[in-house]
Ligand binder design. Structure first.
Ligand code: PMP
Length: 433
């Protein structure tokens, strides 16, 4: 049967009548790759299904949260149970303490945890805390790292901001953006220079330890250690944004994998099991500045929501039950990447394949990629051709060269085999493009 998105096209046109661009988050619109975004009807395991009746092997996983695959029966059972008890109370529950306890055990640098509703909220709140604690105003971030869409961090941001070519959004006041210093990732000398110039004014360095928002970039050996040493030397806080990498690259996140202890950490995605959640936490003496323990204000009507806590708890418990969870997920991902890379090489494409645990990505360039500038050398047209060829064959990738892909524990060897085979046909299309 020929691949069709007729119903999705109609739905997209209708959505645009009521929603800016027809979507509630920009990359979903396929602006970067062109064409019609499939409108999703349901998801199960490693697959998503659109309203046109197409079925896809899903490597987006709702942009990271679905590490167990979609609609995991035990997560759904616990959620169904929780639903009977109401959807929100705006008062403390045992669930919040339990999820906070699990997180502090998994990520020991997080001695206290505050739940919020998104990754954006987590990074926004953590900057206020860092500024209050250090009584300094400047923040350092890295070009191509995305930490959410609030003013201080929407400066040279990756993800949708890169795809759409608007790294600096209109509406962000100069006075706020002016306190954000941007440095190239993986360049310790550039960071050193910034500290030499502004060291006394820098409240914090916020970093995706494994950047996944300009495609997937790996830290050079020793780089994260250098970032840690510089922040310590100048009395700035080190904030690891592990919204994507937390409970994804290892149970204890990238900080476990690379053995670095940040002062503060942001989480999201996996810890909410597909419901809206974010969290920030870290050293007790810093976190105790948060209201009501301290004077730094931050609050939320739905924060610690019982459904979100339930989905997060179920997800983390299921992961923790299986001692080989990350090993298996990583080896499946390695098998997929090796298979797809072999297909690329068969066409003479020496593209850059990156992988950390179950996060992976391909840059359509034969040059090494290690930061935002080198990522931007990728042939976006080639990626777009590949993307559409995969979609038509039932493989759903993020609709942008500048996003990472995610494997879940629901993906099977059959899924991997089908994906590798599809990639061969897709590279054939790239060869013609
Ligand atoms: N930080 C990182 C590293 C992210 O990847 C994202 C979202 N992709 C965010 C923050 C923002 O999270 P949210 O979309 O939940 O606001």
């Amino acid at each position: 049967m020929a691949f069709k998105l007729d119903k999705s096209a109609t739905a997209f046109a209708e959505a645009k009548r009521y929603i800016p661009g027809g979507v509630n988050s920009p990359v979903r619109s396929f602006r970067g790759v062109g064409g019609t975004p499939p409108f999703i009807a349901k998801a199960a395991g490693s697959h998503i299904f659109d309203i046109d009746g197409n079925k896809y092997i899903d490597y987006v996983g709702s942009w990271g949260p679905m590490i167990l695959g979609h609609a995991h029966p035990e997560v759904i059972a616990e959620l169904s149970d929780a639903l009977q008890r109401g959807t929100s109370y705006g008062a403390p529950t045992l669930l919040e303490t339990e999820l906070a306890r699990l997180i502090t055990e998994a990520v020991p640098s997080m001695e206290l945890v505050r739940f919020v509703n998104s990754g954006t909220e987590a990074t926004m709140s953590v900057l206020r805390l860092a500024r209050a604690y250090t009584q300094r105003n400047k923040i350092v971030k890295f070009a191509g790292c995305y930490h959410g869409h609030h003013d201080s961090l929407l400066v040279k941001a990756g993800s949708g901001a890169t795809t759409l070519g608007v790294p600096d959004s209109p509406g962000v006041p100069d006075t706020i953006a002016g306190n954000t210093i941007t440095v190239e990732y993986n360049d310790a000398q550039a960071l050193t220079t910034v500290f030499e110039r502004h060291g006394q004014d820098i409240a914090a360095v916020i970093i995706e330890p494994v950047p996944g928002n300009m495609g997937l970039i790996l830290p050079r050996p020793g780089y994260l250690e250098q970032v840690r040493a510089l922040t310590e030397k100048y009395g700035a806080l080190l904030i690891f944004d592990e919204v994507m990498s937390g409970f994804r690259v290892a149970y204890g996140g990238a900080q476990e994998l690379y053995d670095i202890t940040p002062d503060l950490t942001c989480l999201g995605k996996v810890i909410g099991g597909g419901l809206p959640v974010g969290a920030y936490g870290g050293r007790r003496d810093i976190m105790e500045h948060i209201a009501p323990a301290g004077p730094v204000y931050q609050a939320g009507t739905l924060s610690g929501n019982p459904l979100a806590m339930t989905a997060g708890l179920a997800t983390l418990r299921l992961i923790a039950q299986n001692p080989d969870f990350y090993e298996k997920l990583t080896s499946m991902t390695t098998a997929l990447c090796a298979g797809v890379q072999a297909q690329a090489l068969a066409f003479g494409f020496n593209f850059q394949f990156h992988q950390v645990g179950s996060m992976f990505g391909i840059f359509f360039t034969d040059k090494p990629v290690y930061d935002y500038n080198s990522a931007k050398r990728s042939d976006v047209g080639a990626f777009n051709t590949f993307f559409h060829a995969m979609l038509e064959q039932g493989v759903y990738l993020a609709p942008s060269q500048f996003e990472a892909a995610f494997m879940s524990s629901a993906h099977t060897h059959t899924d991997i085999g089908a994906t590798i085979a599809a990639s061969g046909n897709a590279f054939a299309r790239v060869a013609e493009y």
